[in-house]
Structure formats: structure tokens, C-alpha cells
Design a protein around this ligand. Structure first.
Ligand code: NMX
Ligand code: MLT
Length: 472
């Protein structure tokens, strides 16, 4: 079965009529052409009762099965048997149901069972041997099936005034998250809830909000970019383009290779199972029946932290600081010294390490392959390659770093920089646009499966001392 969909096929897709405003237009991705000829909504409607039954069966048959032991040292860290009084961050605790993807510490992410190379082979592309289309990935995340192209729709929206109310110097993530919050005033879930919708129907307005949100965030993001770095002019979408291609176009980048990069970028950053800070935050907030806009805006605020999504900004700034100090032809010895200088000044080496992964992130690897294909001679790419050799042995020498290998953020900046998107402070916004696909897909399933309010128990140090027996 051939899954490739050509640009011609995409250009056949028609726009649907949407509301207009004088402030903006955006793109709405509505429906995929699946082999089963069912639109996305119908396909989900068909799947939901089966999955609800499946969950019921799991609860009744496996409800008391153990997923692991929660011990005090998951909450606390012990170093050489001495208690270090920091919170352990729940590493290794299984506590969430997340259907759209699963992360293996050694192998990396699988989206509904498909690895990144498999997605590159199986998902629809805009051209032969091209990068996967994010809309194909969205279909996969939502249904577990490989679908075809998407139909896009013009809709209107204005959040520009909310963004414009901020100083132009505000961090791009602040402007982006504010724009997403402003989108919330059109939440269909909120309206339906106020009208008393039955809980069995929650998933439907969640679905509408989620698809609207996914369609609108590139427009908000592109505006933030134009406002901060260009002349503030809105570049209208191009109907012949797909989601990733259009996003690049609205940012002002029309090089076909950059369009391909954006397709790959949006696909690989979309989802990383449920426990990462942004996904977990989105899921937690949505468990209070906050609508997808409120939940996703909260997720973005977590993504904006330097240990999470802001690391892509930090990586390019750090790489540029290496070049400023040592020049582009930095030697291995100079690089080692620079890494040690960073560590000795109490900072982390951005782009290396991970809370779960214990090998090189496959999202790093596929970006490296993209660079080898399209920009092998780029000096910053060569620097990134050198860092791959220099950093892991140094981090290993520290003795405390559990994963010395590069993560997704170690590579993305030099690719974007190569095609002219050089404003590192903006990079996390791109990550945010992509993550809307994963978080919102899961939110639809959260409501479809009737997942409850999330409310784990917490304890005090005093409680642990009184109630926990010393291990033998
Ligand atoms: N540079 C220096 N020290 C590090 C690094 C690094 N890249 N990675 C881990 N460590 C330290 C860490 O700070 C901790 O030190 P301390 O005990 O003094 O607080 C120690 O090693 C143990 O940490 P780990 O258990 O290995 O890692 P943890 O799960 O706590 O944190 C990260 C994971 C990703 C936060 C951490 O590796 C890090 O800070 N990396 C750099 C920032 C980064 O690239 N973040 C992006 C992650 C991917 N994403 O997009 O979200
Ligand atoms: C992510 O993509 O969310 C990051 O790799 C962080 C994580 O998985 O914890």
C-alpha cells in the first residue's frame, strides 16, 4: 500500500469557508482522506466505544496488578547512602495513561508504535522520499492508523491585540502563550460545558477545540515572529501548502529545503509520551476539565523552562558563544576547555542529558541525517558533530549524569540557523507549535475515556520519618 501523497494530491484538497476578520486568517486542518474513506471525526467516533470497553476490561481484570514499587528514594535522592535533601522528581514512577506515544530509554520514542524511521517511511510526504507531513502524524497520534492528506480550511481569528499589548521585547514564548490564551475565548468546550453538556459527549467539543487550536497556533506563532523580528506584516497562508510547509511560509521562509525541515521538525517534536513537563502539565490542567486552550497554554509555560523546551534556544546561544570565543574552527582541546568552563561555572551543557533516555535521542539522529543530506559543510553543523565526540566523555567523567548523550535540542538550532531562522530566542515557539499535536491528541482521548481529575497524594518529610520503615 502506498502512503505517499504528492503535492498534486495536496493541492486538490479544498478549503472550507470560515469566518473572516480583518485581522487574520489561519488554516484549519479538518479531515484526512483515509483508505477507509472515513473522516477523522467519524473514525474517532467509531473507535471510542471500543477503547472505552478496553479500558473497562483493563480496570476490572488488571486493576490490582502492580506497575512497580514506589519507594522513598524515588521521592528523595540518595548519594552513597546519604540522603540529599532534594525532591527526586518522580523518576521511574509510572503514574500516567498516555496513548499517543511511548518512550523507551534506549530506543527512543514510538508514536503509536512507529519509530521515527518508520514514520519517515510510512507517513504521507509532500514529495517522493520527503519528510513526513505533520498532518499524517496527527492522524496517527489520534487513531493509531496511517492516514492520507488533510483538507485545510480558512478560518479567522484575532489574538493580535492581546499579543500587541505586550512589549515587543517580551520573550517570544510569553507572547506565544498569551496569544494561545487569547484564542481561548472561542472555546467550544467551555461554551458546551456552560450549556450543560453530558459528560459522555465531552470529547466532541474537545475535538473541535483541539483541531482549531492545532490549526491556529502556527498563525499565532508566525505573527509573534513577524512582530518581534520583521516588520510585523502578516504573511498569508498558501493554499497549495501543507501544515509544516505553510508554517515555514508564514514565517517568511520559502526555500523548499526549509519547508522539508519544518515538516520534519513539527513531526518529531510533537509528542514524547506523557511525563515530560509540557505534556504532563497539559494533561493535569485538562483533568480539571479546563478546555484545550487553557490546558495547552499551561503546557507552553512548562515548555518555556530551560531544562525543557527552552534548551533549543540555549544550545544555539551556547554554540555561538563557543564560536565567539574560539572561532568556527575550534579545536577539540579548545572545545573540551569550553565545556569544562561551562560546567565549572555551575551551568549545564544544554542539549545533553535526559530524564528518561539513556542513549542518543533518535530525534537528534534524524536531524543529523537531514544535515548530512542537505548541509554537510555548514560550519555550525560540523561543530555540533564535534560536540557529539567531546561532551559525552566529559559528562560521564562527572559521575552523576545518567545520560551523557545528546537530546533533540542539541541539533535543531543549527538546522534552522542554516536556512536563515537564526533568532534563537524564538526556537521554543517552534517546539510549542509542534507539541500542540501530541498534547491535544491525548486530551481528546482523555475526555473520550473519561479519565478522572489528577490528584496524587503528597507527604511531608515528617510523615516519611514517622511512617516509613528503614530498608534492611
Ligand atoms: N550538563 C551538566 N550537568 C548535567 C547535565 C548536562 N547536560 N545533565 C544532567 N546533569 C546533572 C544534573 O544537573 C544533576 O546534577 P545535580 O545532581 O548536581 O543536580 C545530575 O547530572 C543528575 O541528573 P540526571 O539524573 O542525569 O538528569 P535529570 O533527569 O535530573 O535531568 C535534564 C534531565 C534534561 C534536565 C538534564 O540532563 C539537563 O539539564 N540537560 C541540559 C538541558 C537540556 O538539554 N534540556 C533539554 C531536555 C530535552 N527537552 O527538550 O526537554
Ligand atoms: C520532550 O520532548 O518532552 C523532552 O525530551 C523531555 C522529556 O521527554 O522529558
Amino acid at each position: 500500500m502506498a502512503f505517499f501523497r504528492s503535492v498534486t494530491a495536496l493541492s486538490r484538497l479544498r478549503s472550507r469557508v470560515g469566518q473572516q476578520s480583518n485581522l487574520s486568517n489561519s488554516v484549519r486542518w479538518l479531515q484526512m482522506q483515509s483508505s477507509a474513506d472515513l473522516d477523522l471525526h467519524s473514525q474517532l467516533k467509531e473507535m471510542i466505544p471500543e477503547q472505552q470497553e478496553r479500558l473497562k476490561k483493563v480496570k476490572s481484570e488488571l486493576g490490582k496488578a502492580q506497575l512497580g514499587n514506589i519507594t522513598v528514594d524515588m521521592v528523595m535522592f540518595y548519594v552513597n547512602s546519604c540522603l540529599v535533601e532534594v525532591i527526586g522528581g518522580m523518576r521511574g514512577m509510572t503514574g500516567l495513561l498516555w496513548e499517543t506515544s511511548l518512550l523507551d530509554p534506549d530506543e527512543g520514542i514510538r508514536f503509536r508504535g512507529l519509530s521515527i524511521p518508520e514514520c519517515q517511511k510510512l507517513l504521507p510526504a509532500a514529495k517522493p522520499d520527503g519528510e513526513p507531513l505533520p498532518e499524517g502524524l496527527l492522524w496517527l497520534l489520534l487513531t493509531g492508523k496511517v492516514g492520507g492528506g488533510l483538507r485545510c480550511d480558512m478560518i479567522s481569528y484575532y489574538v493580535y491585540k492581546a499579543i500587541d499589548a505586550l512589549p515587543v521585547t517580551a520573550h517570544p514564548m510569553t507572547q506565544f502563550a498569551s496569544g494561545v490564551m487569547a484564542l481561548q475565548v472561542q472555546s467550544e468546550f467551555q461554551e458546551a460545558y456552560e450549556k450543560g453538556i453530558h459528560k459522555s459527549k465531552y470529547w466532541e467539543p474537545t475535538y473541535e477545540d483541539s483541531l482549531n487550536l492545532i490549526a491556529r497556533v502556527p498563525v499565532v506563532a508566525a505573527y509573534v515572529y513577524q512582530r518581534i523580528y520583521k516588520d510585523g506584516k502578516i504573511i498569508p497562508k498558501d493554499d497549495s501548502l501543507d501544515y509544516g510547509g505553510n508554517f515555514s511560509h508564514m514565517l517568511g521562509f520559502d526555500d523548499p529545503k526549509m519547508l522539508e525541515l519544518m515538516r520534519l521538525y513539527v513531526t518529531i517534536h510533537s509528542d514524547h509520551e506523557g511525563g515530560n513537563v509540557s505534556a504532563h502539565t497539559g494533561h493535569l490542567v485538562a483533568s480539571a476539565l479546563s478546555d484545550p486552550y487553557l490546558s495547552f497554554a499551561a503546557a507552553l509555560n512548562g515548555l518555556a523552562g530551560p531544562l525543557h523546551g527552552l534548551a533549543n534556544q540555549e544550545v544555539l546561544l551556547w554554540i555561538k558563544s563557543v564560536v565567539d570565543e574560539c572561532g568556527e574552527n575550534v579545536t577539540t582541546e579548545q572545545l573540551k576547555d569550553y565545556v569544562w568552563k561551562t560546567l565549572n561555572s555551575g551551568k549545564v551543557v544544554p542539549g545533553f542529558g535526559h530524564g528518561v533516555l539513556r542513549k542518543t535521542d533518535p530525534r537528534y539522529t534524524c536531524q543529523r541525517e537531514f544535515a548530512l543530506k542537505h548541509l554537510p559543510d555548514d560550519p555550525l553543523f560540523q561543530l555540533v558533530s564535534k560536540l557529539f565526540e567531546v561532551v559525552p566523555p566529559i559528562l560521564t567523567k562527572l559521575g552523576k549524569v545518567k545520560n551523557p548523550w545528546p537530546n533533540v535540542d542539541a541539533h535543531s538550532g543549527v538546522l534552522l540557523n542554516h536556512f536563515g531562522l537564526a533568532e534563537a530566542r524564538y526556537y521554543t515557539v517552534l517546539f510549542g507549535v509542534s507539541r500542540s499535536l501530541g498534547i491535544c491528541s491525548q486530551l481528546i482521548w482523555d475526555r473520550a475515556l473519561g479519565l478522572p481529575l489528577e490528584r496524587p497524594k503528597s507527604v511531608t518529610l515528617d510523615w516519611i520519618e514517622k511512617n516509613c520503615k528503614k530498608a534492611a
